[in-house]
Design a protein around this ligand. Structure first.
Ligand SMILES: [Zn+2]
Length: 479
C-alpha cells in the first residue's frame, strides 16, 4: 500500500502513557494509516527518524491565542514547540461570541484591541479561523466574562435574571455551533462580582451538548480550597466535567499547600469528572492586578500603556525610580502587564506530577515581553522536568500533553498515535529538546523539535521553520 509519508525508525511514544517502542508510521491523506514495520512500503516522502521520539502532536489546553491564530496564522510560538492543537477562550475571556462597543475590559485586553474582536457569533469566529488557515488546529471555549461584557454595562456587579437569560441564550447558540464549553475567570475584577449562582445558571446549558466547564478560580491564594469547592459544585449541579485552570498555590503565605489542594482534587475525583492544567514555571503572568501587588515577591512589568518607558523593569525598582510606594507606582502604570514570581518550585513539581494534570502554556501572545511559557512550556516539561529533574518518564510527560488532554477536552481522533487517527505528530530529539526562552529573553524557539506534522502535512521543521498551514477549526464532536 502506498503512503504519502512514511516515518521510519522512530521511537514511538503513543500518548497513552505506555512504554515507547520502535517502529515506522505510514500516513495517507490526513490520517495515520499504519504503524509497525513498513520496510516493504513506499511513500512520496520518507523521513528517517534516526531513533528520535515520534509523539502525537501536543495539545495546548490552555491558551489565549483567540485572535492570534487569525492575525498571525503561522502560529510560530506554538508549532515550534510541537503543538498541533491550541484550545482558546480560557480564563473567562474569548474572542467570540463578542460584541464590543468600547475597548476590551481587563483582562479581555490580553486578546487584542477592540478592532480584533470581530466575531459576534461563535460560527463567525470558526469561519474566520478556517479562512485564516492557521498552522495548528484550533478549538474554542466561550468565556463567561465575554458573555457578561456583551450584556452588562457594569461588570463590577452580578448579572440580573434577564442578563443571565441573555447569556444563556448566547452560550447555547455557541454550543450548537461547536464550542467546547464554558470558561470562567472569577479571580478577575470583571467577573469577581458574579455570584456562584450566575455561573451555575450558565453551566446548566453545557451537559446537553457534552460541554465542559473550565475555571480560573475565584482565588489561588489563601482561600483556594473554598474556590475549588465552588468550582466542583458548579460541575456537580450541572453534571459536567470541571477543569481547574493553571492549578497553583499563589502567594508566599500559601506555599506548600499543594498537598491539601491535591488531596482535595483526589476527593472530588472520586465522585465527579475533574482534571486540571498547569504550566511548568514558578512565576505567573497576566495583567497587573493591584490585589497581587506585594513586596513579598518579585513582580516584573512587561508592558504599561500609560508609562511604557517602565516596561521591562521590576516593580520595586520602578517604585524607587518614581519615589512612590509600591502600590502607587502600580496604579500609575495601569493598564499594564506583569510577571509575578509567586510560586514555590516544589508546589509546581507536585502539581505537574499529579495524575490529572495536563500541560497548558497559558502563553500571552500579545505581550511585548511575554512570560517564557509562550515559547517554552512544552519543551520545558520534556527537557527540564522529565530529562533533567526526572519528575516523570517521557511517556508520562507526553501523555499529559496529548492523550489525557484529547480525552478531557473531548477532541475526537487526536492525542494518540493509532491507526485511523488524524496525523498530528511531532518528531523530537529527547536528548536535545530544551526550552530556550527565559525571563530575560522570552522570544525564542525551542531546540530539538525536528519536525511537526499537522493533518498529514509537514508543517514545521527546525531547519526550515513553518512549511505549511494545515490546521483546522475543531468543532465539538464533528471533527
Ligand atoms: Zn487564567
Amino acid at each position: 500500500m502506498p503512503y504519502d509519508i512514511i516515518i521510519r525508525n522512530a521511537m514511538i511514544i503513543d500518548g497513552t502513557n505506555t512504554p515507547a517502542y520502535a517502529g515506522d508510521v505510514g500516513i495517507l491523506n490526513d490520517k495515520i494509516a499504519a504503524i509497525g514495520e513498513l520496510s516493504e512500503a513506499h511513500a512520496n516522502t520518507e523521513i528517517d527518524a534516526q531513533g528520535n521520539v515520534l509523539a502525537p502532536g501536543f495539545i495546548d489546553v490552555h491558551t489565549h491565542d483567540d485572535t492570534n491564530v487569525i492575525r498571525q496564522p503561522e502560529c510560530l510560538p506554538k508549532i515550534s514547540q510541537g503543538i498541533t492543537t491550541t484550545i482558546v477562550g480560557n480564563c473567562g475571556i474569548s474572542a467570540s461570541p463578542a460584541t464590543l462597543t468600547m475597548p476590551p475590559p481587563d483582562p479581555m485586553n490580553l486578546l487584542g484591541q477592540q478592532a480584533d474582536f470581530q466575531y459576534p457569533t461563535f460560527a463567525s469566529y470558526a469561519e474566520a479561523v478556517t479562512a485564516a488557515e492557521p498552522a495548528v488546529n484550533v478549538a474554542a471555549l466561550v468565556g463567561h466574562t465575554t458573555l457578561r461584557n456583551n450584556v452588562m454595562d457594569d461588570l463590577f456587579t452580578g448579572a440580573t435574571d434577564e442578563q443571565v437569560a441573555q447569556m444563556r441564550h448566547t452560550l447555547r447558540e455557541a454550543l450548537e455551533q461547536g464550542a467546547l464549553g464554558l470558561s470562567s475567570g472569577l479571580a478577575y475584577a470583571s467577573a469577581n462580582a458574579s455570584p456562584e449562582e450566575e455561573v451555575q445558571q450558565l453551566a446548566l446549558e453545557l451537559s446537553e451538548f457534552g460541554g465542559i466547564y473550565t475555571t480560573h478560580m475565584r482565588t489561588e491564594f489563601e482561600g483556594i480550597l473554598g474556590a475549588m469547592d465552588e468550582a466542583f459544585r458548579v460541575g456537580q449541579k450541572a453534571k459536567v466535567p470541571v477543569i481547574i485552570s493553571h492549578l497553583k498555590c499563589a502567594g508566599a503565605g500559601n506555599w506548600g499547600r499543594t498537598h491539601d489542594v491535591l488531596k482535595k482534587m483526589d476527593n472530588a475525583a472520586a465522585h465527579q469528572d475533574i482534571a486540571c492544567d498547569c504550566y511548568p514555571y514558578s512565576a505567573s503572568s497576566s495583567t497587573l492586578d493591584l490585589k497581587q501587588v506585594t513586596d513579598d515577591i518579585d513582580i516584573f512589568i512587561t508592558w504599561s500603556e500609560t508609562l511604557p518607558e517602565y516596561a521591562g523593569k521590576m516593580l520595586k525598582q520602578i517604585a524607587l525610580d518614581m519615589d512612590l510606594p509600591l502600590m502607587d507606582a502600580a496604579k500609575a502604570l495601569q493598564p499594564a502587564g506583569a510577571v509575578y514570581h509567586c510560586m514555590d518550585e516544589a508546589d509546581v513539581e507536585r502539581v505537574l506530577k499529579y495524575k490529572l494534570t495536563m500541560i497548558g502554556s497559558d502563553g500571552l501572545p500579545n505581550d511585548p515581553h511575554p512570560h517564557p511559557r509562550l515559547w517554552g512550556a512544552f519543551p520545558r516539561v520534556l527537557g527540564y522536568y522529565s530529562r533533567e529533574r526526572n519528575i516523570f518518564s517521557l511517556e508520562t510527560a507526553i501523555h499529559k500533553m496529548t492523550g489525557l488532554s484529547a480525552n478531557r477536552f473531548r477532541l475526537a481522533g487526536r492525542g494518540e498515535i493509532k491507526a485511523g487517527n488524524f496525523a498530528d505528530l511531532v518528531l523530537f530529539d529527547k536528548n536535545e529538546i530544551t526550552d530556550v526562552a527565559d525571563y530575560d529573553r522570552p522570544i525564542a524557539a525551542a531546540k530539538g523539535i525536528v519536525a511537526v506534522i499537522v493533518n498529514g502535512n509537514i508543517a514545521y521543521t527546525e531547519k526550515q521553520g513553518v512549511i505549511s498551514r494545515a490546521g483546522r477549526f475543531l468543532a465539538r464532536r464533528s471533527q
